[in-house]
Design a protein around this ligand. Structure first.
Ligand code: GLV
Length: 326
C-alpha cells in the first residue's frame, strides 16, 4: 500500500491558485464538496490519500476514516470541527487541523450586525417599505443600543471581538464562560454565571463550539429565564439551541426576535417555520464569508495540508483536550 503514489484529496472550494500550489509537490484529486463525497470515494483513491482538505459540510466519522487507511491528516477549512469524529481520528492516528484566529473579525461583524439589525429593525423596515406599508402607516419604533446589556456565551476569540464592538456602541457587556479567561476579557466585560446572564441580557449572543456539553445548551428552561423581550443571536452552530423551543418563544412574543446565521437544517428550506416569523433575521451560514477571512482560511488550511503531507507539524491542530470534550 505504501508503495503506491500518495495523493491529497480536496473536497472544498479552495480556488485555482491554492490547487496549483498544492500540485507543485503532490498529486491532488478534487472531489465535489458534498456530504457524500468521501463515503463514495473510489477505494483505489482512498487507499492513496494522505491528507484530505474539507469543509464542515462533510461528515468524517469512523466508517469514513476506515476507508482511508493511509490518512495522516484532515485539514478542515473552518474553525469548527464538529463534523469530524475526533476520537475516531485519534484512534486512527489522523491529525485534525483547522483555521482558528483568521475569521474572528468577520464572524464578530456579522454577530454584532445582527444585534444592530434586530435593535433597529433594519430588515423589517426594508420589508415595510417594499411592501407599500409605508404609504399607509408610520414604521414601528425600535430600540437604541446605548445603555442596553449584551450577554455573551463563550468569551473566546470571537466573543471578545463582539464585546469590543458592543462596548463601542455604549452597551454594557456581560459574559459567561466556564474556562480560564485572558485578562483582556475582564477589561471589556464582566463575568457572571449563566443564570444571571440569561436574566440580565437584552441581547444574548452565542459563541461556543458545538460539543456534547454545548448541544441544546439553550433549551426551554434557558429561554424562559431570558429577559422578556430580549433578542437571541446565534452565529455558532444551530444545535446549541433547542430550535422548536426557540420558535415557540418567538411566536409567543416572549423573545422580541432572533438573528440566526445557523440552523438545525442547512440549507434552511424556504417553508421552514423560522421563516414564517417576522421577528427573525436569518443568514445562510456566512459568518466567515468575507474575502478577507476566506482567503486567510484557505491559506491556513492549505499550509496545514502541505505540512502534514511533508510529515511536519501543521500550523493549527485541534487541541488534544477537544477529543475528550466531544
Ligand atoms: C464556520 O462555521 C467555521 O467553523 O469556520
Amino acid at each position: 500500500m505504501m508503495d503506491e503514489q500518495p495523493c491529497l484529496i480536496v473536497c472544498a472550494p479552495i480556488g485555482r491558485r491554492a490547487l496549483a500550489l498544492l500540485r507543485q509537490d503532490w498529486e491532488v484529486v478534487e472531489l465535489p464538496a458534498d456530504p457524500q463525497a468521501l463515503a463514495s470515494c473510489p477505494p483505489e483513491l482512498a487507499r492513496r490519500a494522505r491528507v484530505i482538505i474539507c469543509t464542515i459540510t462533510l461528515r468524517v466519522d469512523a466508517a469514513v476514516l476506515a476507508m482511508f487507511p493511509g490518512l495522516s491528516a484532515i485539514s478542515n477549512v473552518a474553525v469548527g470541527y464538529d463534523n469530524i469524529d475526533l476520537a475516531a481520528a485519534a484512534r486512527a492516528g489522523v491529525a485534525v487541523c483547522h483555521t482558528p484566529g483568521v475569521l474572528d473579525q468577520s464572524v464578530a461583524d456579522l454577530a454584532f450586525g445582527l444585534v444592530l439589525c434586530l435593535a433597529r429593525g433594519i430588515v423589517r423596515h426594508d420589508r415595510f417599505v417594499r411592501s407599500g406599508q409605508w404609504l399607509r402607516q408610520a414604521a414601528p419604533l425600535m430600540t437604541e443600543l446605548a445603555g442596553k446589556t449584551l450577554g455573551i456565551i463563550g468569551m473566546g476569540r470571537i466573543g471578545i471581538q463582539v464585546a469590543r464592538r458592543a462596548a463601542t456602541f455604549g452597551m454594557d457587556v456581560l459574559y459567561a464562560d466556564a474556562r480560564e479567561m485572558p485578562a483582556e476579557a475582564g477589561a471589556i466585560a464582566a463575568r457572571v454565571d449563566m443564570d444571571t446572564l440569561l436574566q440580565q441580557a437584552d441581547f444574548l449572543s452565542i459563541h461556543v463550539p458545538l460539543t456534547p456539553q454545548t448541544k441544546m445548551m439553550i433549551g426551554p428552561r434557558e429561554l424562559r429565564r431570558m429577559k422578556p423581550g430580549a433578542y437571541l443571536i446565534n452565529t455558532s452552530r444551530g444545535e446549541v439551541i433547542d430550535e422548536p423551543a426557540l420558535i415557540a418563544a418567538l411566536s409567543e412574543g416572549r423573545l422580541a426576535g432572533a438573528g440566526l446565521d445557523v440552523a438545525w437544517q442547512e440549507p434552511l428550506p424556504p417553508d421552514h417555520a423560522l421563516l414564517a416569523l417576522d421577528n427573525v433575521v436569518v443568514q445562510p451560514h456566512v459568518g466567515s464569508a468575507t474575502r478577507e477571512s476566506r482567503h486567510a482560511m484557505i491559506a491556513m488550511a492549505v499550509e496545514n495540508a502541505r505540512l502534514a503531507m511533508a510529515g511536519r507539524p501543521p500550523l493549527a491542530m485541534v487541541p488534544a483536550q477537544a477529543v475528550s470534550q466531544q
